[in-house]
Design a protein around this ligand. Structure first.
Ligand code: NAG
Ligand code: NAG
Length: 670
């Protein structure tokens, strides 16, 4: 038994070790030095290898591997190892046939020629796929991984309105002029692209590499600090003598004559010693025109936070204080600083109502305590995972270009955080008076991850049928299962063991035998309106940030503002807590003591707004076509919403839990 289990463990361990250390590379730790051919040695290398990643499109959720298209392929194709996150995001990196040496300018170099014969059925299929790629505006992504051009994405910079420069870490395959003469997408950049119903293929790239030379600073070689390119469409008349000055490479919509496409490239090296290697990202980041909006969003959120904090502070300091003083005064207890108003009939009547009245019921265990404790356990796991990941990203441990690293980090953390999940779930379940501890442990380990995995698996089937690169290889799927069952689950068991061993949480007031009648509630203190209102303010704090996150996921824009994101995380934490505490207080004042589930759902309802926003985003921002893409979009959205629900719900619950414990521990109960 033991010997058979060993290889699986070794596989899992080496998997984690390999994948996660790649994920935790430090930008600025190990620059690669390059030098000219002939002078290269141990300290520097001369060949620059360009890598290509999968192609993706805003109009389709399905990414495709570079290989799937009929571009020039590298003869000795090699795949660098990818981290788990990259695999999950569908990134597929391979070597490209574009090779060059450091500081050796090349002009109009041929890569390969592809011919399409009208008599060959296969050729028509290949060409059609290329055209559909251009129609859906699929984008190349070159150089966005470790060895790729020394960690630099090759960007395409162009002017947008107001003479601002925008650098896109991708560039289109080509573009198309519609039958009624409208140039689509990238076809607007060149007025020569003007024939109706015509495809223009970008078969040539002008690459410019900027380097920082070490000669003046006393180190050998040079470091690459920038890589940009410009895609061009050029019809090469003579494939053996390229001049790069022909008319655009046109591909008519109807495939009526043999077509020949020659791919070519030029490379230019430019020295610029004023750019430091450590800040080589700046030109991409600065050219992103969103910083103002980010600040606006933060200000907007801060206003909400201030408003909520003001309300909470008012309640805590004034109302609660008064309440407590009044309640305790009956027992002839009063500190000097509380002015006791002369007792009157009015005062007596007030005494009969308020949150103190429910002291005998407020800690009555909730219905469905099992499910609540399981949600809270998993919510805790997600909370710590998110916090740590964002904290690391914020410190700059995770490169902005590498979404994979972020994802890997999150997955590994989630796996390792099984123990807190088991502990919280078990401890709360015991407090709720639950006895089916085995069911509790199993549900904590399996319920939500199971739902996510099942959803993920279905998405994967669709991707697999569509032949997309985002389909997770079988090996990775097995590895994920191994991480889940082999590491996360045992850790959850350990946590649950300790959770059950501890005594249940102590409560400040005793619970009566007979439940109290809940008085008739006004509209605003009824459960559903309260819950619906509860999510509005936290959502108001995050929705601008959410726009950027959705853009980064679905429109493949780079997300790099982890500092902002961390700030928003903190703000979300505060608003969720405060909104829940406020509503919790109002409900208790109305003598409705069912606060356990309600506090969870009040802030958890933010996830419903998230879903509504995602639907809105789908219809207003994305031009996704096809059933498969639509199903995928909503499949992934459901996973996001579930995770967010657990996350926000847990914050609200624990805030309210703390609040209720606090107020009932200071009030005197006979
Ligand atoms: C390459 O081209 C750039 C720009 O035209 C020029 O500044 C540089 O000196 C050239 N390098 C070599 C080695 O010829
Ligand atoms: C070097 O880069 C900086 C910053 O991008 C730019 O302002 C400067 O003009 C460049 N210098 C040369 C010589 O190209």
């Amino acid at each position: 038994m033991k010997t058979r289990a060993k290889p699986v463990w070794r596989l899992v361990l080496s998997f984690i070790a390999l994948r996660s250390c790649a994920a935790f590379y430090l930008p600025g730790l190990a620059p690669v030095s390059f030098c000219e051919e002939g002078t290269s040695g141990d300290e520097c290398q001369s060949t620059i290898q360009l890598f290509v990643n999968r192609l993706d499109s805003v109009e389709s959720v399905l990414p495709y591997e570079y290989d799937v298209f009929d571009f020039c392929q590298d003869a000795e194709e090699k795949r660098p190892s990818e981290n788990l996150g990259q695999v999950l995001f569908g990134e597929r990196i391979e070597t490209s046939p574009y090779k060059f040496n450091f500081n050796k300018n090349l002009t109009c170099e041929k890569v390969c020629t592809r011919t399409y014969d009208i008599s060959a059925k296969d050729d028509k299929k290949k060409l059609d796929f290329l055209k559909s790629g251009m129609q859906l505006n699929y984008q190349h992504h070159w150089g966005s991984k470790c060895p790729i051009i020394d960690n630099m994405p090759v960007t395409w910079c162009y002017n947008v309105e107001d003479n601002q420069k925008y650098c896109n870490p991708g560039f289109p395959i080509g573009c198309l002029v519609t039958p009624d003469g409208h140039p689509k997408d990238a076809c607007v950049i060149n007025s020569a692209f003007n024939k109706k119903n015509m495809y223009y293929l970008f078969n040539h790239v002008d690459i410019m590499i900027t380097y920082h030379s070490g000669a003046t600073e006393g180190w050998k070689g040079a470091r690459l600090v920038g890589a940009t390119l410009e895609p061009k469409s050029i019809k090469h008349e003579d494939e053996n003598k390229l001049t790069c000055d022909g008319p655009p490479m046109e591909i008519p919509n109807e495939f009526t004559s043999n077509t020949k496409v020659t791919y070519s490239y030029s490379v230019k090296f430019v020295e610029n010693n004023s750019i430091k290697w450590a800040s080589r990202w700046d030109y991409i980041l600065v050219s992103m025109p969103h910083t103002n909006i980010q600040w606006f969003s933060i200000m907007n959120s801060l206003v909400i936070v201030l408003f909520l904090s003001g309300m909470v502070a008012m309640i805590m300091l004034r109302t609660l204080h008064k309440d407590i003083a009044r309640y305790n005064q009956v027992d002839q207890w009063s500190p000097d600083w509380v002015k006791i108003p002369p007792a009157s009939g009015n005062e007596e009547a007030q005494e009969e109502s308020g949150w103190k009245q429910v002291h005998g019921d407020v800690f009555r265990p909730p219905r469905k305590g099992m499910l609540l404790s399981v949600f809270l356990g998993q919510g805790t796991q997600i909370f710590i995972m998110t916090f740590t990941t964002l904290f690391l990203a914020c410190l700059g441990f995770l490169s902005p270009a590498n979404r994979g690293a972020l994802m890997t980090c999150a997955v590994v953390l989630w796996v390792l955080l099984g123990t807190p999940a088991g502990y919280v779930s078990a401890r709360l379940y015991k407090t709720f008076g639950g006895e089916k501890w085995k069911t509790n442990v199993l549900l904590t380990a399996l319920l939500c991850p199971g739902i996510v995995f099942a959803d993920f698996f279905l998405m994967n089937l669709i991707l697999w049928v569509e032949g997309s690169s985002a389909a997770i290889p079988f090996g990775t799927l097995v590895a994920i299962l191994a991480l889940w069952f082999g590491i996360s689950m045992p850790l959850t068991f350990i946590g649950a063991y300790f959770g059950f061993k501890k005594p249940s949480l102590e409560q400040p007031v005793r619970t009566n035998q007979i439940p109290r009648q809940i008085p008739e509630q006004s509209f605003f203190t009824k459960p559903i309106p309260g819950i619906i209102m509860g999510g509005i303010l936290p959502f108001g704090c995050i929705f601008i940030q959410l726009f950027f996150i959705l853009n980064s996921i679905w429109s493949h824009q780079m997300y790099y503002m982890f500092g902002f994101l961390f700030l928003v995380f903190i703000i979300l934490l505060i608003t969720c807590s405060e909104a829940t505490i406020l509503l919790c207080y109002f409900h208790l004042c109305a003598e409705d003591y069912h606060w356990w589930w309600r506090s969870f759902l009040t802030s958890g309802f933010t996830a419903v707004y998230l879903f509504i926003y995602a639907v809105h985003y789908f219809f207003s921002k994305l031009q996704i076509v096809g059933a498969a893409s639509t199903i995928l979009y909503f499949g992934y959205t459901m996973i996001m919403v579930l995770i967010f629900f657990l996350f926000t719900g847990t914050i609200g619950f624990f805030a309210c839990f703390w609040f209720v414990n606090k107020i009932y521990s200071v009030v005197k109960v006979d």
